[in-house]
Design a binder for this molecule. Structure first.
Ligand SMILES: *[C@@H]1O[C@H](CO)[C@@H](O)[C@H](O)[C@H]1NC(C)=O
Ligand SMILES: *[C@@H]1O[C@H](CO)[C@@H](O)[C@H](O)[C@H]1NC(C)=O
Length: 514
């Protein structure tokens, strides 16, 4: 055997992972969710796996081994997106939009599974299905179709639904639900946290589950496919874009792996020329203003827009603003607008002094790993909780949209820019977030390949995943023990009563005889 072949053989033996065909499917929903999923998919393509990436947003950068399939969508679908984006931008509660959400998730999910694109993929063969999660677990039937293992990737918080897939403890007594900010886990805090978790559970069971089941059964009929519940229990691994340095310590099963910061590059990519010059020349520093990829700054109420621009115009710092239109009336000279920004790379620029953010989860992670303090203007979803958390950690100031005045915004900026406390704290947090045995991308790739190497790694399956709510919380056992104790008391009481009666009778008789 010649040396080269031997080397390759050895490398393969050590790595033990040949290139595999992986189908990565992500629902046509939040663009911010697609961004991190795409980073994971591309990291796998770079390892030599043949990636097929199904999403609604085509990526800009082409890559070997990376085939993109665009989910077909019509104008009506896009209108629904816009409705959600608009509602989120003005801070409407998600619970008020369940109807719209459900249309996007289930109708478009159903359409996607029946589309020509996905139908033709079903004639191919894959070794692994990775599902980008957004209430779309009905897609897991694809893993049964290809008779291959499945992995779920979620780019948000570790919400209970995600935990339940692999039976990870939800621990409402000590782990805060992502959408509420319970300050102290004292009795009232625990009560509230338990209540929110319960609501979450009920919404999932009563609202989402029947709809998901219907879409599943339509596309994967029970006479040919394994059941919906079976396919959820069959998921090999869950990757979630959280990390204990941001979301706090909690119990984690070995097949629930935190890959928080997936989107944070070990080295920032070079900035586009205009942004680079703008930032390099900002001798007094610069501020990034962005409401992320879903919420849109153009939906900010007009009076607030005016105030924000007026405050910016008085700053000596420069401002980069994500603005989803070509024109911004009254744009000050020190402000640069752009429809899409390489947020992570901008935050890595040494001249960036502050980040005005809606506190979307991705943005918070990126700011933290780059050591940039935040002025948080949370709108909806999990953003208020995120904002409160980082205020508590000491590297952010929160300012609600309704409270924005010239004075409040100026004060917030002054505080963040001139008080060194915020930068110090977030600097330390950045060091903590990066101190890991492997960076987030390598961790994710390692675990995906682990599942491939061990044919779905069924040895990771936690028996707790197969239990129902009563079993998992030992409620049946506790009730049984109480029932036994109760029965035992009853029996003892009966016996005592009997003996007591006899002895009383006896003594009465004695008395009578005397
Ligand atoms: C899925 O789509 C098919 C055909 O387009 C339709 O007949 C079916 O009712 C849909 N199912 C659900 C649950 O929406
Ligand atoms: C999934 O189901 C298949 C078929 O029953 C089984 O061989 C495999 O071990 C299961 N995988 C997991 C992770 O439970």
């Amino acid at each position: 055997m010649n040396l080269k072949i031997l080397c390759i053989f050895l490398i393969l033996a050590v790595h033990g992972c040949k290139s595999s065909r992986i189908l990565f499917i992500i629902p046509p929903f939040a663009k911010s969710h697609v961004v991190t999923a795409e980073i994971l998919a591309k990291a796998l393509a770079k390892q030599g796996h043949g990636m097929t990436f199904v999403s609604a947003f085509p990526s800009k950068e082409k890559l070997d081994n990376f085939r993109e399939i665009k989910i077909p969508m019509n104008d009506k679908d896009y209108e629904l997106f816009d409705e959600i984006n608009k509602a989120m931008s003005v801070g409407k509660k998600i619970s008020n939009m369940l109807g719209t959400f459900s249309k996007i998730i289930f109708n478009i999910g159903n359409q996607t599974l029946q589309s020509r694109e996905v139908r033709s993929l079903m004639n191919e063969q894959f070794d692994l299905v990775i599902l980008g999660y957004f209430m779309n677990d009905f897609t897991l039937g694809l893993a049964d179709h290809f008779k291959c293992p499945s992995i779920v990737y979620f780019s948000g918080h570790l919400i209970p639904t995600i935990s339940r897939i692999v039976g990870n403890p939800i621990s409402p007594e000590s782990v805060r639900h992502a959408t509420v900010h319970v300050k102290k886990m004292n009795f009232m805090g625990r009560l509230r946290n338990f209540g929110v978790n319960m609501m979450d559970f009920l919404v999932m069971k009563i609202f989402f589950r029947p709809r998901a089941l219907a879409v599943y059964n339509y596309n994967f009929p029970p006479d040919r496919y394994r059941s919906y519940d079976e396919m959820i229990r069959n998921v090999s691994l869950v990757l979630v874009n959280t990390h204990f340095t941001s979301s706090g310590p909690r119990p984690l099963l070995p097949n629930l792996v935190e890959v928080g910061g997936l989107q944070v590059k070990p080295n920032p990519a070079p900035l586009p020329e205009d942004l680079k010059t703008f930032l390099d020349d900002a001798k007094d520093g610069a501020i990034l203003f962005s409401f992320g990829s879903n919420a849109k700054s153009i939906y900010i109420p007009e009076d607030k827009q005016k105030i924000i621009l007026k405050v910016f115009s008085k700053l000596k710092q420069r401002v980069i603003m994500k603005w989803e239109s070509d024109v911004l009336p009254g744009k000050p000279k020190n402000v640069l607008i752009s429809k899409w920004l390489p947020q992570d790379d901008i935050l890595a620029h040494p001249n960036i002094k502050a980040f005005i953010s809606h506190c979307g989860y991705g943005g918070v992670i990126e700011a933290k790993s780059n050591g940039v303090p935040i002025i948080g203007i949370p709108l909806g979803a999990d953003q208020k909780g995120n904002a409160d958390k980082i205020v508590e950690e000491g590297w952010a100031v929160r300012l609600d949209m309704t409270d924005i005045t010239e004075e409040s915004l100026t004060n917030a900026l002054k505080e963040i820019l001139s008080n060194p406390k915020y930068r110090d704290i977030v600097g330390k947090q950045a060091i903590l977030a990066k101190d890991r045995p492997m960076n987030a991308q390598d961790t994710a790739v390692y675990w995906v390949e682990y599942v491939l190497r061990h044919n779905g790694a069924p040895h990771l399956h936690y028996p707790g995943a197969d239990l129902n709510f009563f079993q998992a919380n030992s409620i049946d056992v506790i009730l049984f023990i109480f029932a036994v104790i109760y029965a035992a008391f009853k029996v003892i009481k009966l016996i005592c009563g009997f003996i007591f009666c006899r002895s009383k009778k006896g003594s009465n008789e004695k008395l009578k005889r005397n």
